[in-house]
Design a protein. Structure first.
Length: 216
């Protein structure tokens, strides 16, 4: 599986989003991870479709939009129109899961499903045939900079065993060391926020992340 690094803009300088996006592009990132939080599904509020639309105008990388919101089905059109390439939503949300997946695909985006740490990974199995990716949260969603939850590794292993061709993404506490464990478990798409944006050399950090995940 191709190794992909998706820097999380949650850890970026929001006063200089264009510069931060350009930094990711020049550093060798494969996509951009955008966390959308509504203050209800998770205890934080971030950005919405208008900001993502503006960001898309100045960045050529694919946008990996992670909807941590209660009713994602109601907003798929907005985020597709804003330039999302991949739309991830949570199996724990209030929206009908299959209808939301279908809506994402009708809008021309790739559909991805995420699970919180306390959710059994088997809840995504019935939908796997319709998905491009599954996101395993390795922290409690809502805030950046949290510590990696090693207990989530068996979820990744189970997913990879069941669906050997699927992209498996991990988000939360990913750095140049924890990425080794996630890759060994079977993940191939890695969201890295603080590790990239707090680095003195994002390019070197992304290169090391890829190396440690098995791609030199």
């Amino acid at each position: 599986m191709d190794i992909k690094i998706s820097p999380s803009m949650l850890a970026s300088d929001f006063a200089n989003l264009e510069a931060e996006l350009k930094k990711c592009e020049s550093a060798g990132a494969d996509m951009i991870h955008l966390d959308v939080m509504d203050g209800c599904f998770v205890p934080n509020i971030t950005i919405g479709a208008p900001v993502i639309k503006a960001m898309k105008k100045v960045c050529a990388l694919p946008f990996d939009v992670h909807l941590m919101i209660e009713n994602p089905l109601e907003y798929i059109d907005d985020f597709a129109d804003a330039g999302a390439d991949i739309i991830t939503f949570h199996v724990e949300s209030k929206s009908d899961t299959q209808k939301t997946i279908e809506k994402i695909k009708v809008c021309g985006c790739k559909a991805s499903l995420s699970v919180k740490p306390d959710t059994d990974i088997k809840t995504v199995f019935p939908y796997a045939g319709s998905l491009s990716m599954v996101l395993v949260m390795t922290v409690e969603p809502g805030f950046g900079g949290q510590s990696f939850m090693r207990g989530m590794l068996p979820k990744i292993e189970r997913l990879r065993a069941e669906f050997p061709e699927m992209d498996i993404e991990v988000d939360g506490g990913i750095n140049t060391e924890t990425i080794k464990e996630c890759a060994a478990a079977g993940a191939n798409v890695f969201v890295a926020g603080s590790a990239v944006f707090n680095s003195k050399s994002p390019a070197q950090t992304i290169a090391l992340l890829k190396k440690n995940a098995g791609k030199i």
